[in-house]
Design a binder for this molecule. Structure first.
Ligand code: SAH
Length: 337
């Protein structure tokens, strides 16, 4: 059984069934999630015999770095494989201007949503990552970079389609006896699955939610995001409003700016109308064009104009600088190539 995603009490229950002292569970949990050790033989406060027995009950999911790239702005991209599986995912470390580390984590191998602007979308879908594999990415990047302050689930895949494993992973990452990364430092980004957004209302941790809006006009949105056909804006927006109302938390909307597509006067007006009286802020992201794509980023002038229009109407907007572009580590570029 894989041990990375088990809570201390779960480890304890299993150990006791095997006649191993229950207190070993918290020692093991500490080695795994605080010391970030990936080998039972290094857990030196446990007797050799017991370690032997424990390693027969549990397996540790070990992430191996297949390739590591670093861009000029300090962004690092890791191509990661998990021992025992041939599947690979990408995990990105972003250093922001205040030198804080953010890790961008994948939740699926590939992605089933096939967004037209996103390189992962053109890979197709292979499988969900296990909770153990999600945790392993975070801990790998933590070890490699002397810590992490923020976690964003914006890597490969749609986190809310791997709901159970996602939350199980967050429960470990956030555990006070583990890395103890605050729930408010963890952002789940979704293409917009209304039922899952509503379900997340009942998750007791104060994680942040981001929704990839990309257009306030249904016809345009479904052109680049096929999932919008299944879950149109008139279902998605009420779910987000409900989430905000019930949790009292502001939601971030991501809006990729695409030249002559969603950067016009009518797009601004549609946003004003759709988002009126909503406790949101918008992250504007200039498009990172995928190879062979017809879509282009809006010019800098238009980006700034767009931001101003939203500001003028009281919508908090942040124009995000793309990071890691030349190593294909930026938004929408993760494709294991
Ligand atoms: N499936 C999740 C998480 C992955 S996408 C989601 O959809 O939110 C993370 C972000 O990258 C999304 O906001 C998406 O709109 C953005 N993105 C996708 N392709 C992009 C591209 N080519 N350039 C810039 N941002 C892109």
């Amino acid at each position: 059984m894989d041990i990375n995603a088990l809570q201390p009490e779960e480890i304890k229950n299993i150990l006791e069934k095997e006649n191993i002292k229950g207190y070993r569970a918290s020692q093991i949990f500490n080695w795994l999630h605080k010391q970030l050790v990936t080998d039972f033989s290094k857990m030196t406060n446990i007797s050799k015999d017991e370690r032997e027995k424990i390693s027969q009950i549990f397996e540790i999911v070990i992430p191996n770095i297949i390739k590591k790239q670093k861009s000029k702005d300090g962004t690092k991209k890791y191509l990661v494989e998990f021992e025992g599986s041939a599947d690979q995912v990408e995990t990105v470390l972003i250093k922001n201007t205040s030198k804080r580390n953010t890790v961008c984590v994948s939740t699926q191998v590939g992605c089933p949503l096939a967004c037209k602007i996103c390189a992962t979308g053109s890979m197709g879908f292979r499988r969900d990552l296990t909770a153990d594999e999600i945790i392993a990415q975070v801990e790998l990047v933590y070890r490699e970079n002397d810590g992490i302050e923020n976690i964003v689930f914006m890597g490969m895949g749609e986190p809310l389609l791997n709901y159970k494993n996602l939350l199980r992973a967050i429960d470990i990452i956030n555990h006070p006896k583990g890395l103890n990364i605050g729930a408010r430092k963890i952002t789940i980004s979704t293409a917009g699955i209304p039922q899952k957004i509503e379900k997340l209302i009942n998750y007791p941790k104060q994680v942040r939610l981001a929704v990839s809006l990309n257009s306030a006009i249904q016809k345009k949105r479904k052109e680049i995001m096929p999932i919008a056909k299944k879950y149109p804006l008139h279902q998605l927006i009420p779910a987000i409003r409900e989430y905000i109302k019930q949790t009292g938390r502001r939601v971030t909307l991501e809006y990729v700016l695409i030249k002559d597509f969603n950067d016009q006067e009518e797009d601004v007006e549609a946003l004003w109308e759709l988002l009126s009286e909503m406790n949101i802020n918008i992250n504007l992201i200039p498009l990172n064009p995928a190879p062979n794509s017809l879509y282009r980023p809006s010019s800098l002038k238009i980006q700034e104009w767009f931001q101003q229009q939203l500001h003028g109407n009281g919508i908090n907007t942040y124009l995000r600088k793309s990071r890691g572009y030349e190593i294909k580590a930026a938004c929408g570029q993760l494709a294991n190539d």
